[in-house]
Write a protein that binds this ligand. Sequence first.
Ligand code: BDR
Ligand code: CA
Length: 316
Amino acid sequence: METLDTTKNKPAIILDCDPGHDDALAILCAARHCELLGITTVSGNIDLEQTTRNALITTQLLGLDTPVHRGADRPLVVPARHAEFIHGASGLDGPQLPPLERSPASHEAVRFLIDTVRSRDDVWLVATGPLTNVALAIRTAPDIVGRLKGISIMGGGTSFGNVTPAAEFNIYCDPEAAEIVFESGARLLMADLDLTHQFMIDEDAIDRIRALASPVATFAADLLTFYGQAYAQAYSGRVEGPLHDPCAVLILSHPHLFEIAPHHVAIETGGNVTRGMTVVDTRGGHRGEAPNTDVLTKIDSDAAFELLLETIASYG
Ligand code: BDR
Ligand code: CA
């Protein structure tokens, strides 16, 4: 298997996302540590209008001119669902946001994905929202699978879910799209809940970010304060939240922070109580199905947090 050591060059990526607090921090990491070719937006944490707006405002706050392409406004089959209970009514509640000055580069994210992948041979897709745009691109232009370096996905869970006991939000929102992606034959990396829940940001961590005392640090700290409080209310009672989406970026730019295990992952599209589950075959040996996914199993969360701090500080 091709090594993930990308120390020589920054990995070229398109970030397909649904900002979303952790998506915004994925943008912040991607712009510093990757060649960020573009951002595509999808309905997920909040509706498409708002995820697009949130991607644009995040790039504006970070001083980036990265093009933002608006994508799918609903899953392939089922109605859209959102996660206001974690991300608030705007999808990016917490920070005071300035008036929006940027506008989308296009309303054709799927076209942008296909054209960009066809125009060079080194592109990774990083998907941190429901997989609708990615599935549409693969279905429209199957040749991109052979051109892609791979798809790094935040989604799924090896042993638990967050929307239901079995299903994680990004996969649950659009299981039919996820099935297309996981069966595509593309090289897949999966940062699932078992991994991202090792990278918790608590109040001490937020204080360290805030102490950087820059506009971007304040933005990040305000985001994480709201996010941690929402997680406290929804789940654990503690003000802390898992930093899901940056993991799907950092595995490409800083692979030494992670451990990986190859497994077969299937998507449950039926099931009364398991729809949207990622069924990870951890059996191994001759009973296990041939792996189709590199599942991220461990993160050095202390080092990853120091990197996050450095990254935020780099915005001045
Ligand atoms: C995923 O769902 C969204 O709410 C987050 O942005 C992350 O991508 C975690 O389940
Ligand atoms: Ca997301």
